[in-house]
Design a protein around this ligand. Sequence first.
Ligand code: C5P
Length: 451
Amino acid sequence: MKNYKLEEVLEKVADSFLGSLTGNNLEVVSHFDTDGITSAAIMTRALKRLDKKFSLRIVKSLNKEIIESLDKKKVVLFMDLASGSLKEIKKSGIKKVFIIDHHEIDSENIPENVEIINPELTKKEKISSAGLTYLFCKKIDERNKDSAKLAILGMVGDTLEKEIDRLNNSILDDGNILRKRGLLIYPSTRPLNRVLEFSSNPFIPGVTGNMEGVIDLLRESGIAPEKGKYKNLIDLTEEEMKNLVTSIVLKTPGKKDKDLIGDLFLVNFFGKLEDAREISAKINACSREGKPEIALGFCLENFNSKKKAESIHTKYRQELVLGIKRVNEQKKVVGKGYVIINTKDKVKDTMIGTISSILANSKTYENGTAIIGMSYDGQNKIKVSGRNVGKTGRNLREMLSNVMESFEGEVGGHHSAAGCMIGLEDEEEFIEKVKNQFELEVIKIANLSSN
Ligand code: C5P
């Protein structure tokens, strides 16, 4: 496929997908994060437009049991997962499989009955699964352009917004998405005093959680309330934005202007201009709280789902704060280039990925450090989430795949963010094997430099 362009693959696979659909013969399986849910929402809308019946399953991760439980006679479409499960798919005997995904893939072992859209097989374009699903559905019917905003939510959910190129730009244009440079504190569509008070990324000493500190900071930045109300971030003048960034930089050691500034995306959602990061956080919260159907309804702009999504989000934020506190208090295994945080049953398995990401984005560990978070899933398994600090460091998918050769369990992901599930009985041995992997690397580097 290396010789094909993504555009050609999309066209070819869309034709084949349409040709394979008859009556009620489609099962869709998608991932439970924001990228997976928005992919499912885009596909749901497109299939409804085609008047095709299908069943949809949202899963935390793909495993042998799920693959085996699928109807072998049906066409199965996997979204935002399955690139790491080709062997199991081959063994399962499912007749026809389509995959739309952007995770790393073993391109040598693609079974004949599997058609894949994955930029890892073309030019490694940086695009979310929702972005791919969107482009795919647009090939099926130009009217699916009305899902462009969902593709942007998927991109923001997978923090791919820094990688915007021609492909993603075309989606932004299709969705009439407003893109603004500014302070990366969100939501940018709510009064500044409230947003600063709750800001955890960045955490602003003396301001986060401190209303008086917030008012002082705004005064220092020359921003005063108008008729008793502070402006929203997106409504600041250039001058006010610049002053605010300077004031925050002065209060957050280690942060520079460029760390705090980036692209904000404003999306018309439920008839209002909303910050894409806030919508994405709400989708993510519903799914992680075990309510993917509410996340999906919310994406499809169902009012009832919106109300429920908002109350779940509030609860989720409280749990996240508690989880971060517990991780901070937790005893850690610290070695050269890695930190293993085994939270056991102290942190929910659905939170450990997010908390590992927050930790990787904070200034707690050096660039290049791998953070390996672990949490019990309450059913004899342990969820493992690996995140690199910065862009350097080991390929975590490769590292976890090496470790998992010794255990039963699924593994997948990318260079800087990967995950796996292990059995509870393998806890200690798994930790030893991870340590060995990093120590092996130190020996390799030492050998290289002495040669
Ligand atoms: O689960 P976690 O958030 O730690 O996963 C990190 C990345 O690895 C995500 O992009 C996730 O989709 C991917 N992953 C995967 N297969 C797994 C576990 C994680 O593709 N079995």
